[in-house]
Structure formats: C-alpha cells, structure tokens
Design a protein around this ligand. Structure first.
Ligand code: GDP
Ligand code: GDP
Length: 448
C-alpha cells in the first residue's frame, strides 16, 4: 500500500507549494482534461518507482476553538491520524513562532514520525533560523526551498525511509511489472474497488452481490495493513473485492462506517485494477464524486460508472443526471455509464460485463507493428503542428505498460507535440483497439 505523507504547518509557510512539488509529475498528465477539479488536497506522488500519497492541510492552530480555524484543525488532526509520516513545515525566513511551538507540541503527542522541513531556505544554509528550528524538539531541521525545488527530493526520500526503512523495493516492483506484462490478465483475480461517497449505496450493492448464489465468496480476509479483501468468483472470473473508504467488513456483511476517508479511497483506488464508481441518482454528481473520479484518472485505473438508486428518480432527473455526468465527469468519457438499483437488484448483470470489459481493455496487448501502422496513418491524416522551427516527427510506437495501457511513441522534437494532438492520437488508438473503460496514456520520446 502507498505510504501517506501529511504536510502540516501554519498558514503561508509553503505547504501548498511543497505539495505541488511533490505531486507535480502526476498533475502534468491530467492537467488538460476539462472538468477535472484542481483544488485537491490529496495527491499522488512518485519518487523513482516508489509511489506515495501526500495530504496538504489547511492552516493549523490546534488551540483555537472556533469557526474555520477549528475546522482546519480538525481536518489536520484527521490528516495526521491517516498519515504514516508527517512533514512539519516551518518558514525559516519568517522565523519560528509561538504557533509553531504549539503545533510541535501537538505533533510530539501524537507519537507519529515527524520530519521538520525548514522551508524558504534558498541561500540560507547554516543560518541562525535553522538553529532556531532545533528548539521545536522535532529533530534536525531539513533545509528546503519548495519554491525552487531544493532539498525536496531528499526530504521526500527521508519521509519514505521513515515509513518503510530504506529497503530497496524497486527490483521487486520491476519484476512484478515485467511479470504482469508477460502474462497479462490471464489467471489473476481482478482487484475491484467500489468507490463513492457516503450513502451512494456501496454496502447495499456489495451485500447484494455477496448474497447472490451465483457469486461464491471465500471467507478469508487478507491482512495487509488494514486492507481487507474478499475473494470471490463470478462467471468463472476470479475477483478480489477491496474494502473501500467508508466500508468495513463486519462478519459476513459489509457495513458503512461513519467517517469518509479520502486516504482510504485513494489507497483502495491505487490498490485496485478496476474501480466501480458509484453515483447516487438522488443527489446528482457532487464535488466529491468529481474528486474521486479525478483520483481514478490520476491513478490510471480502469473504471465503470454506475448510477445507483435509478429506481428513485423521475424522467426529468434522469436526464439531468446524464447531462451532469457529461459535463462534470467529462474527463472520464471513456468509462461506460450504467443505471442500476442495488436495492431492487436491477441492472446488475451489465455491471459485471462492463467490469470484465474494462479490465480486458486495460490489459490488452497492443502489437508494435499495428501501433506503428496506426501512428503512420494518423500522421498521414493529420500532421502534428509545426511550432517555430520545429515540426515533431513521430516514427514508431510500442506498448509501454498495462492497466493503464501506455503507448510510447518515438520520434524527434516530440516535446512540441500539443496536448490536443495527443488526444487526437489517443482517439485513433482507442477506436482501433476498442479500448473502453480504461485511461490510455501516450508518452512521447525524442531521440535514439
Ligand atoms: P501554505 O499556506 O502553507 O500552503 O503556503 P503557500 O504554499 O501558499 O506559500 C505561501 C507563500 O510562500 C507563497 O507566496 C509562496 O510563493 C511562498 N513560498 C513557498 N515556498 C517558498 C520557498 O521555498 N521560498 C520562498 N522564498 N517563498 C516560498
Ligand atoms: P454506502 O454508505 O455507500 O455504503 O450506502 P448504503 O449502502 O448504506 O446505502 C445508503 C442508503 O441508500 C440506504 O438507506 C439504502 O437502503 C439506500 N439505497 C441503496 N441502494 C439503493 C437503491 O438502489 N435505490 C434506493 N431507492 N435506495 C438505495
């Protein structure tokens, strides 16, 4: 499971700037999708092959008891509770304040591993302010400059080592990935997460599924950290259902737990091969739905959208819903949308079909000669735009990964290929290979 890093500190010390640095690579991929909400406080980061989740928190004043400050403090407490390691950010330019001492005291009480990031330290190494940081009792202040990117990498490395020791998992990961590429979807269970906001009907749906005779559930919950999976079989296909945010298994049934946890959702999404995004027809498409959808896209997971409680809405509402999905979830246009009623057991068959198809799209083998031929045809039909002196040349393509499928295109001046041209290529590849229910990544490489 991905480790979770929480960024904590008083307002204006540079948490958001640091957050953007740590999650940058991922955001770049999805920057250009219409409708994708950007005001996120949870992000995926990657260092080498190691992936992690970063939580950015609002301003934090643990002693204040009123209004927005209190609310932010509450959120921060939750973030700290969910984190494996906390990065406490202070501003060495502004100096250490009484508030910083309050936060430090709170963090020491939590017993969580904490790293002290002395931010805005560009050109200030060895300064008196860094020394001041020692007084917080958090350990050695680590000079960083979030704005200039200095020290961020070693800070992140240290945070990850704090979570899991410095053991190098990278070889193992690479082997696992190579293996996945080698035997595709063959006999592996499909890891399935049902995600959606509280009350969307997740536990109703899952219990309906697990109650069906045709679906054989095995009673052996896994035990990795606090993730629990339920293996089962349906139509000869093996699945592993992942406990998701707001859901816990109690004996034989799933129950909604009270608190919705974004981190648990992110971890379940990261852990899944296919995500069933459950919307609540009676509530429309909310910000929270759009956020979850954004995380699914970021993570590159295959996805099927099911609008639940279809039984409870009238024709007008149904039409509204379709429109909302088209607008607010435009970036998941590739995902099939189904209407169901978990309660009345309607429309559930097609969900299984859509899940299997999404998985098979996500793991499809794309042959190099066909990819290259499609690339040439696409370029012939419409050339990439010239930018200044450069006209990108696209020469050949091959598959670089599965779940999500990655198509690597080699050529020259590829950095001048526009996002809209990439989407044009994506559309052509998608149409040919009938890739539905999975994101598709296009990576461009120049040289060689
Ligand atoms: P937050 O309220 O803790 O999320 O802080 P922000 O990330 O919004 O940053 C507050 C201000 O500090 C902004 O004006 C940033 O540009 C600035 N800032 C952030 N990091 C650095 C840094 O490393 N050096 C300097 N000089 N300024 C920074
Ligand atoms: P969860 O928080 O996502 O696990 O949601 P629950 O499964 O606990 O469902 C929340 C509420 O919605 C419960 O009162 C369910 O009975 C109701 N519900 C779930 N599915 C449906 C459905 O298909 N139609 C209607 N009308 N109600 C539903």
């Amino acid at each position: 499971m991905k480790p979770v890093i929480a960024l904590v500190g008083r307002p204006n010390v540079g948490k958001s700037t640091l957050f953007n640095r740590m999650t940058k690579s991922r955001d770049a991929i999805v920057a250009d999708y219409a409708g994708l909400t950007r005001d996120r406080h949870y992000g995926d980061g990657r260092l080498g092959r190691r992936e992690f989740i970063v939580i950015d928190t609002g301003g934090f004043e643990p002693t204040a008891e009123t209004g927005i400050v209190r609310e932010m403090a509450r959120q921060t407490r939750q973030a700290v509770a969910e984190a494996d390691v906390v990065i406490f950010v202070v501003d060495v330019r502004g100096g250490i304040s009484a508030q910083d001492h309050d936060i430090a005291r709170y963090l020491r009480q939590t017993g969580k591993p904490v790293l002290l990031a002395a931010n805005k330290a560009e050109g200030m190494v060895g300064s008196a302010h860094l020394g001041e940081g020692h007084e917080l009792g958090i350990g050695e202040p680590l000079p960083v400059s979030a704005a200039h990117g200095q020290g961020v990498r070693s800070l992140t490395e240290l945070a990850l080592e704090t979570c899991f020791g410095s053991a190098d998992e990278s070889d193992e990961d690479e082997e696992a990935e190579a293996e996945l590429l080698a035997d595709g979807s063959a006999d592996r269970p499909i890891r399935l997460a049902v995600a959606g906001r509280p009350n969307a009907g997740k536990s109703t749906l899952i219990n309906t599924w697990l109650g069906e005779e045709r679906l054989v559930a095995f009673d052996m919950p896994g035990t990795t950290r606090d993730a629990i999976t339920v293996p089962f079989e349906r139509n000869g296909q093996r699945f592993e259902l992942i406990d998701t945010a707001g859901l816990r298994r109690k004996g034989k049934v799933f129950e909604a737990i009270e608190k919705f946890s974004v981190v648990k959702t992110l971890q379940a999404i990261a852990d899944a091969n296919v995500v069933l995004l459950l919307l609540d027809a009676t509530q429309g498409v909310s910000d929270q739905d759009a956020h979850i959808a954004g995380y699914i896209l970021d993570a590159g997971r295959a996805v099927v959208i099911a609008i639940n409680k279809w039984d409870a809405v009238d024709a007008y509402q149904r039409e509204q819903l379709q429109r909302q999905i088209e607008q607010r979830l435009a970036f998941l246009r590739f995902a099939p949308v189904l209407q169901i009623s978990a309660l009345k057991r309607q429309g559930l068959g097609p969900v299984w079909k859509a899940i299997s198809e999404a998985w098979s799209s996500a793991t499809r083998k794309l042959s190099t000669p066909i990819l290259t031929r499609l690339l040439h045809e696409a370029v012939e039909h419409q050339q990439p735009k010239r930018e200044g002196a450069f006209r990108p040349k696209l020469r050949y393509a091959h598959q670089g990964g599965q779940n999500p499928p990655i198509i690597v295109i080699h050529g020259s001046s590829t950095e001048h290929v526009t996002d809209s041209y990439k989407r044009y290529l994506e559309g052509r590849f998608r149409a040919h290979f009938k890739l539905e229910g999975t994101p598709l990544r296009i990576e461009l490489r120049s040289g060689r």
